[in-house]
Design a protein. Structure first.
Length: 206
């Protein structure tokens, strides 16, 4: 009996940390961006009709089988520091929309620092992951597929990953295709390496 109890506790110890999540989101439920902790999308198709505005430090992630179908532009807007977005399957129902925007010179909102976008599959957006002014931006091991080498509705180049006017960015190991520009990268003390870029007019603008 003691041995069984120890084994059961050991199994719980192994399993529970994987789901040590503050908010579980089932398909059809709203995805919160104003909670601190971890938000986990459960398996199934999540139709999301409004931009998810992230205003707290959090981790937004998904379990296998979860698909986020966005009808908003952008799908995700980050307005907080220390945010991680990982392991999402994020698809667009609007081919003129951007996927993830952190900071914006248009809205003049405060920049977001230390935003990490890692191991996501992003499909069907006119622009992928955009970081403006934020320091410590990280984009690693994402697969980002756009709608083709076209201009956006404002006449600007579309881009798979953009990080500009911030410092210490790390952009590594991403696979990007289907944009005018694959990767636009500027700022002090950053690095971009081992990114695979295809089906673009310009891989990395200089």
């Amino acid at each position: 009996m003691i041995k069984y109890g120890i084994t059961l506790l050991s199994l719980l110890w192994l399993v529970l940390p994987l789901y040590a999540t503050d908010v579980f989101v089932a398909p059809g439920e709203a995805i919160p961006g104003d909670v601190e902790g971890t938000v986990l999308l459960l398996a199934g198709e999540h139709h999301v009709f409004e931009t998810v505005e992230i205003t707290k430090s959090l981790t937004l992630t998904a379990e296998p089988g979860a698909v986020w179908l966005s009808h908003a532009n952008p799908a995700i807007a980050v307005h907080a520091n220390d945010v991680t977005i990982s392991h999402l399957v994020l698809k667009s129902a609007d081919p003129t929309a951007a996927a993830i925007v952190s900071g914006s010179p248009v809205t003049l909102k405060q920049p977001s620092h230390r935003v990490t976008v890692i191991s996501n599959q992003i499909e069907g957006f006119i622009s992928g992951v955009l970081n403006v002014y934020g320091d410590g931006f990280v984009a690693i091991d994402n697969e980002i597929t756009g709608v083709g080498a076209v201009l956006d509705p404002l006449g600007s180049d579309t881009v798979g990953i953009l990080s500009t006017m911030g410092s210490n960015a790390v952009i590594e190991g991403n696979t990007v295709s289907g944009f005018l520009d694959g990767l636009f990268f500027s700022g002090a003390h950053g690095r971009a390496s081992n990114n695979k870029i295809s089906k673009t007019q310009v891989g990395v603008p200089t």
